[in-house]
Ligand binder design. Sequence first.
Ligand code: FES
Length: 179
Amino acid sequence: MTVTDTPAPRAIEGSPCGGCVATDRRAFLLDAFKAGVAALVALGVAPGAAEAAPLRWISAWGGTRQEKLYPVPSGDGVQIDKDNEVILARVGKAVYAFALACPHQNTALRWEGGDNRFQCPKHKSRYRPDGTFIEGRATRSMDRYAVKLAGTNVSVDIDTLYQEDLDLAHWQQAVITLP
Ligand code: FES
């Protein structure tokens, strides 16, 4: 087919824009898909976010009484070390270590992967994957442990816990940003 053989644009009957013109139905659908993705991004929802971030039960593999070591999570998800009451969460290139206890009345938090949220089973407070408070009876975000990168491990200092309302600067800095 030569360039001069290219079919002329035609109106699409019943199109939502009342007769808008497209040369190819697939291109039309692709444009609609791209518009949908752009709308999700504008709303702060990453493509693929509908997939549940996985939950794994883990144990610290090393460290000391105060410092717990965990391998750097390879992808987005939530890992819980029940023995040390630590939640390790990776969100993109950010890794956090949270206290398992809800900041309201210390109930163990749960990860609701389908909603991509932490939730307290007692009074239903909800938190984003980075621990920030959404709604409920709690009055602050999830408490964060001091963390640092130690080679290929996340080092969590379980003696140093930051509360958002008492020490906002350190709470905000309690994150590892992966390269
Ligand atoms: S103990 Fe979690 S919201 Fe009350």
